[in-house]
Unconditional design. Structure first.
Length: 249
């Protein structure tokens, strides 16, 4: 969550900025995307990165799961696709993301997780940012092989508030209970073996082309997602801080 007193993303990252107008803090945008297969650790890293950089976190999976739980029209349209491990159609999800970005909270930066997942989604995002004179800062790719994805997703458990655990790699202090609010941990419906395999197939066919898309635009930064959560976080944090400095020089 962005803290209005934090001085913005650059200050949160401990970066120096200059401004000709001393009364107005300089705006240094960090517009970031987390890319990678399901289970790569995007949500796990996002929790840490939003704190580091004071960025609002926009996760399309979370938005859609909430819509399903609330029984909204969006949830009704999305549910069948999510249960089957397929992607929600582009026209539905593009509207969702444009709305999420067109907010006061996201105007100085954002961290997207789970969007874009297709080339048309990436194009729609580019167009929307261009219209308001903004652009992406970087796309952070978490590389994790399929076998590891299957291990991670089959052991993933989530709390009511969306905090993520793993029965083996990141267990809660008390089995089956969230460390923070004590709520029971559940397994997501789409974290069952058959749906996991389907989601991986969908990732390779529809989302992986985005790696070339962003590489061609000079935005892609790769990270070895098989390292520990702390190591992955250290690498990403250092890279993002360097990017900001380069941008200001
Ligand atoms: P994504 O958001 O990419 O789907 P998650 O952050 O939900 O991925 O992580 C998937 C599962 O893997 C969770 O159970 C999480 O606790 C675990 N996990 C995340 N990062 C790592 C890591 N670096 N090493 C081992 N397990 C991890
Ligand atoms: P994970 O990172 O574990 O794959 P998410 O929580 O990001 O899962 O997404 C869960 C499901 O929500 C996806 O399998 C898909 O059905 C739907 N979804 C999320 N984001 C998008 C998107 N950008 N485009 C289409 N469908 C999406």
């Amino acid at each position: 969550m962005a803290d209005p007193d934090s001085g913005g993303p650059a200050a949160a990252a401990g970066l120096q900025t200059t401004s000709s107008d001393a009364t107005k803090p300089p705006v240094t945008e960090l517009n970031l995307i987390l890319l990678g297969p399901p289970g790569a650790g995007k949500g796990t890293q996002a929790e840490r990165l939003t704190q580091d950089f004071g960025l609002p976190y926009i996760a399309t999976g979370d938005i859609l799961r909430k819509a399903v739980a609330d029984g909204t029209e969006l949830g009704r349209r999305a549910k069948q696709y999510m249960d089957a491990g397929e992607l929600v159609p582009d026209d539905v999800i593009i509207g969702v993301i444009l709305e999420a970005l067109d907010t006061e909270e996201a105007k100085d930066g954002f961290l997207l997780d789970g969007y874009p997942r297709t080339v048309p989604q990436a194009e729609a995002l580019d167009e929307a940012l261009k219209k308001v004179g903004r652009q992406l800062t970087a796309v952070l790719l978490l590389d994790v092989p399929d076998e590891e994805v299957e291990r991670r997703l089959s052991g993933r458990r989530v709390s009511r508030s969306g905090r993520v655990y793993h029965i083996e790699f990141d267990p809660p202090k008390h089995p089956g209970r969230c460390d923070i609010d004590g709520s029971p941990l559940i397994q997501r419906d789409d974290d069952k073996p058959e749906t996991i395999r389907k989601r991986l197939k969908v990732y390779h066919e529809q989302t992986e082309p985005l790696i070339d898309y962003y590489e061609e635009r000079g935005l892609l930064r790769r990270f070895d997602g098989t390292r520990s959560p702390t190591e992955v976080h250290d690498h990403i944090r250092a890279t993002v801080a360097t990017l900001r400095l380069e941008d200001e020089l």
